[in-house]
Design a protein around this ligand. Sequence first.
Ligand SMILES: Cc1cc2nc3c(=O)[nH]c(=O)nc-3n(C[C@H](O)[C@H](O)[C@H](O)COP(=O)(O)OP(=O)(O)OC[C@H]3O[C@@H](n4cnc5c(N)ncnc54)[C@H](O)[C@@H]3O)c2cc1C
Length: 171
Amino acid sequence: MNAMMFSEGTLGLRRVAARGCPGWSWADVEPVFARSAAGAFPLADLPDRHVLAEAFVHSAEAAGIPVATDLNGENNEGVGLVPVSQRRGRRFSVVDGYLRPARRRPNLTVVTDALVSRILVEDGKAVGVAFRNEDDAVEDEARCNREVVVCAGAVDRPISSSCPELARARR
Ligand SMILES: Cc1cc2nc3c(=O)[nH]c(=O)nc-3n(C[C@H](O)[C@H](O)[C@H](O)COP(=O)(O)OP(=O)(O)OC[C@H]3O[C@@H](n4cnc5c(N)ncnc54)[C@H](O)[C@@H]3O)c2cc1C
């Protein structure tokens, strides 16, 4: 479903974001974008431009909205065709960019079809997670020495409707 659009945000948005969020100023995030665009995460112009997308840009321009030729450039407020995260015309995901190259690391284990039910907290510190595989009634644990990174997406995303445990937890 993800359309592969790659936008680093406008200068205005970045200023707003930086106001209450130390570490998110353009000076902070720009080197990270530059690193990923140069290596792990390729950017490309949309290979198939829909006739309506081009008509939309022309209409906006005719209405006086400036055309931004580089939507990830410094001065990118306006209308334009957004670049996409693709390599050789195919979707390029964070799995391609970051997970696949790390798959052979001895300290990486990927567990699929597993639902995390809770974070294990001992002495006030997160020390791992409890999870259960799809058909497994018994809970497993994954423990860590350093930190637990929660990256379970937005609250109330569609998974919850297909996942009874999450739906129950919300109630
Ligand atoms: C229709 C649509 C189009 C989009 N198009 C674009 C686009 O073109 N460009 C762009 O940059 N962004 C786009 N986005 C936004 C982008 O997809 C999200 O911002 C991004 O996927 C968020 O990544 P994430 O890793 O934070 O979370 P997610 O990708 O949501 O990943 C979270 C994962 O955690 C899993 N999870 C949740 N709870 C548990 C649990 N208890 N145990 C185990 N696993 C759990 C979920 O199943 C999911 O796989 C789009 C989003 C949508 C919905």
